[in-house]
Ligand binder design. Structure first.
Ligand code: F6P
Length: 368
């Protein structure tokens, strides 16, 4: 039987994503309103693992005042980190070599010594794997799915994705003016390491003529053929959206120079595709790389809501005694329903839906 929760920690790990601050706000308010204390860990888990780097303290106490006015902001007020994985923590030796050590057990005992009863960790696959290991090592953990790439399993969306797609859509829309005026081919490179969700959604939303994604190895002769056919029909321009993780048939992903302690850095496929399409079609071709612009800015209302709902749901899950789980969005696909069941009826807000529960957790007044 678990001891009652008095103090929880929040951490944000991996690449930042718009909506993280909404998670922090809702989780903090939902916890504080239950009489729990909340602390945020700075920079992933580094606030605990590298205390010498935080003279002001690697843990920051979070109360109502600390999470006011942050829902519309991008990034994370706690800071984040995609190095310093406690499962394989880098240790630099005097001779310059770097080895790794598993600090999971040590981290769990640090949580205990700080009186932290449970952890809510928002992150992508890396951070959720760390969360799972901490849970296996004896910590109560609830994960919150975060990534603009939208490539996490067992949830239909992670926050940050909608904001990234909205911004990519705006950028690609703008490129149509120059593309049509000059009769050019534009290749737009977007993030998407293993999955092409951003490229697919932004490409479809804007009416792009080719979309290259990691899931489908591409042959540029086919894209060139599409461009040629458009030309024959009088459309002198084409828009190609390519995910950073897309690769040619039989080829590999395009990478940037390696950085110590960092996952392989992708980038450059847009330029490569543009060059080869120019050679194949003879058309004037330009590249735009959206890269980290897709991770920035104010979250869309959808991502704010998703972050708030995930944050509050994580607290409710802990309160209900769950651990070793990830909060997840699950909604229906498009189906067919009888018109007879639709006519003359309204769908009102169900008072027990999780958006309402989130609002109640945040003590928003409905005047009742
Ligand atoms: O958030 C995931 C991601 O956007 C990937 O698509 C991309 O490869 C990576 O982040 C880039 O991360 P970094 O900020 O370390 O360059």
């Amino acid at each position: 039987m678990n001891t009652p929760i008095r103090r929880i920690a929040l951490s944000t790990g991996g690449g930042d994503a718009p909506g993280l601050n909404a998670v922090i706000r809702a989780a903090t308010l939902a916890a504080v309103n239950r009489g729990w204390e909340v602390v945020g860990i700075r920079d992933g888990f580094n606030g605990l693992l590298l205390p010498e780097q935080y003279p002001q303290g690697g843990l920051v106490r979070l109360g109502r005042d600390d999470v006011r006015g942050i829902v519309h902001t991008g990034g994370t007020i706690l800071g984040t980190m995609n190095r310093g994985n406690p499962i394989a923590f880098p240790v630099e030796h005097p001779d310059g070599t770097v080895t790794t050590v598993d600090r999971t057990a040590e981290l769990v005992s640090m949580f205990k010594s700080h009186g932290i009863d449970a952890l809510i960790t928002a992150g992508g696959d890396g951070s959720l794997t760390i969360g799972y290991r901490l849970h296996q090592a004896g910590l109560r953990v609830i994960g919150v799915p975060k990534t603009i790439d939208n490539d996490l399993v067992r949830t239909e969306a992670s926050f940050g994705f909608d904001t990234a797609v909205a911004f990519a859509t705006e950028c690609i829309d703008r490129l149509f003016s120059t593309a049509t005026s000059h009769g050019r081919v534009f290749v737009v490179e977007v993030m998407g390491r293993y999955a092409g969700w951003i490229a697919l959604h932004a490409g479809m939303a804007t009416g792009a003529h080719a979309i290259l994604i990691p899931e489908i190895p591409y042959a540029l002769q086919n894209v060139a053929e599409t461009i040629r056919q458009r030309e024959e029909r009088g459309a002198k321009f084409s828009i190609v959206v390519v995910a950073e993780g897309a690769a040619p048939v039989g080829g590999t992903v395009t990478t940037l120079p390696a950085e110590a302690g960092h996952a392989e850095r992708l980038g450059g496929v847009g330029e490569k595709v543009a060059r080869e399409l120019h050679e194949l079609t003879g058309k004037e071709t330009r590249t735009v790389v959206l890269g980290h612009l897709l991770r920035g800015g104010s979250p869309t209302s959808l991502d704010r809501l998703l972050g708030l709902r995930f944050g509050a749901a994580a607290v409710r899950a802990l309160d209900a005694g769950y651990e070793g789980k990830m909060v997840s969005l699950s909604h229906a696909a498009i189906t067919l329903v009888p018109l007879a069941e639709v006519s003359s009826r309204q769908r009102v807000v169900p008072l027990d839906c999780d958006t309402m529960l989130t609002a109640r957790d945040m003590q928003i007044s409905f005047g009742d």
